[in-house]
Design a protein around this ligand. Sequence first.
Ligand code: ZN
Ligand code: ZN
Length: 117
Amino acid sequence: MTAKESNGRCPDCGEWVAIIVRAGMPAEIPPHGCRARACEYPGCPVTRFMDEMVQSASGGWHCPRHGLLLAAKDLVALYERKGEADWTAICEIIGETLPEIVKKVEAFRPFRLPERK
Ligand SMILES: [Zn+2]
Ligand SMILES: [Zn+2]
């Protein structure tokens, strides 16, 4: 099958990149330092610029709402830990992680603005 290089825009960050087009296949977008990240939560379609997304300590990216959900689950898990709750970790999440996520959730637009032409 012949592969053709062509100029196209990355659908996620809008950058011009050399995309690879094969007949009958979706265009392939090579790595290009993309500023956009897709939410890793199963079934979540959200892809946004990194500064709108939430990165977990393990390096995964999530949309603000799922970031908030995962932070809440972390808190519950730390609170319910056998023996004693890990208050140091709990306070860290409440004091440092949650305020940032809350800001992103409040700024989050459910739909993308139409592309500027
Ligand atoms: Zn991109
Ligand atoms: Zn998500």
